[in-house]
Design a protein around this ligand. Structure first.
Ligand code: NAD
Ligand code: DAU
Length: 336
């Protein structure tokens, strides 16, 4: 089978390509990635010479290029996106272009080339925010209520995928997952940011009161969940994917990482809150467990220790991605 992976040089996409080539060595992967600031071919160094892997530098909004690639593949797994909420607050234009228009270009190509099997990777952020005091979770039936330009653009892409299924019979599935963590995550996201700041002796910026809750999902579990959806999922269905945390807030998360790294609480700095900051995310993944056999493979604390170790062992990777554009972004984002 030949699979088009979009955004395969990013965090989840690169982990997914390596996972797939290991577990399905007979398949071929074409990775289409624009190499924005978040795309990094270093993430794929160990498989770049695999004969079943091909990289194409390009934009998913480039209709001609996308049509050319799509006609030659069996399946599309769509990761490419602008993915960082804070950047969508600074400038939402690239989010609309890539997440909405880019998805539409891919969907058009999938239909035009004979209704190719399409898996769309989306987020729990499309559902909005849960109350901090509540115990409820997002399910596949939760109404959409996005609050950031990022999540609104992802919501738009989800609606387009379903509309192409209804209108043109496109065989699709969608996964809405929670916050991923693990190796090769760009250090604008909270976990790699806090680890790399601590390594450099810099404080950890905590937005607002720090009592914001996320549902942390190890990236390998996410990759396995997508594999299960492709092999056992029902066409036209959505699957919510989450991890093993229960109400760990940002402050508690920072303290866990500081304990692993032997750092004290003087490294915490409370900073201005994010606009429209969603209080709590929690994902009910019982449908994926029941229908696909999805189950995270280790505890949150085990995965967290593995993740901290990976960043400590791969300091050069962090140094490389933090050079250039990152420093300018950091100054702008964290200027008080
Ligand atoms: P990322 O920002 O690390 O990577 C995005 C990749 O897409 C980069 O390699 C970038 O170069 C590429 N890209 C961006 N615009 C492109 C374009 N126009 N054409 C081609 N390539 C383009 O993102 P990630 O964290 O790996 O997220 C992957 C997907 O998973 C996204 O769709 C995101 O919305 C979704 N998601 C992420 C998380 C998370 O916690 N990281 C959680 C839920 C859902
Ligand atoms: O829920 C899934 C989403 O998770 C994905 O759709 C997004 O692509 C991904 O970026 C992530 O969004 P979040 O906004 O939840 O992740 P982020 O790492 O930016 O922030 C996690 C939490 O930490 C959030 O409550 C904001 C807070 N935070 C973040 C940063 C960068 C801080 O307190 N300080 C920071 O410096």
């Amino acid at each position: 089978m030949k699979i088009l992976v979009t955004g395969g040089a990013g965090f989840i996409g690169s982990n997914f390509i390596k996972y797939w080539l290991k577990t399905h060595p007979e398949d071929q992967i074409v990775n289409l990635d624009k190499l924005t600031y978040a795309g990094n071919l270093e993430n794929l160094k160990d498989i770049e010479s695999n004969p079943n892997y091909k990289f194409i530098k390009g934009d998913i909004c480039d209709r001609e290029l996308v049509n050319e690639i799509v006609k030659d593949v069996d399946q599309i797994i769509h990761f490419a996106a602008e993915s960082h909420v804070d950047r969508s607050i600074l400038d939402s234009t690239p989010f609309i272009m890539t997440n909405v228009v880019g998805t539409q270009v891919l969907l058009d190509a999938a239909v035009k080339c004979g209704n190719k099997r399409f898996h769309h990777v989306s987020t729990d952020e499309v559902f909005g925010a849960l109350d901090l005091e509540g115990t409820d979770k997002f399910t596949e039936d939760t109404p959409y209520n996005p609050h950031s330009p990022y999540s609104a653009a992802k919501a738009g892409s989800d609606h387009l995928v379903r509309a192409f299924g209804d209108t043109f019979g496109l065989p699709f599935t969608i996964s809405n997952c929670s916050n991923n963590f693990g190796p090769y995550q760009f250090p604008e996201k909270f976990l790699p940011l806090m680890i790399s700041n601590l390594v450099e002796g810099k404080k950890i910026p905590i937005y607002g009161d720090g009592k914001y809750v996320r549902d942390w999902l190890y990236v390998d579990d996410h990759c396995r969940a997508i594999d299960l959806i492709l092999s056992k999922g029902k066409i036209g269905e959505t699957y919510c994917i989450g991890g093993m945390t229960e109400n760990v807030n940002n402050l508690e998360l920072v303290k866990k990482v500081m304990a692993i790294m032997g750092k004290g609480e003087d490294m915490i700095e409370f900073v201005k809150d994010r606009a429209a900051h969603d209080r709590r995310y929690a994902v009910d993944w019982s449908k994926a467990q029941r229908e696909l056999g999805y189950q995270p493979q280790a505890s949150f604390d085990e995965y967290l220790a593995m993740t901290v170790k990976w960043y400590l062992d791969n300091n050069d990777w962090i140094k490389n991605v933090k050079s250039g554009e990152y420093e300018k972004y950091y100054q702008k984002q964290y200027a008080q």
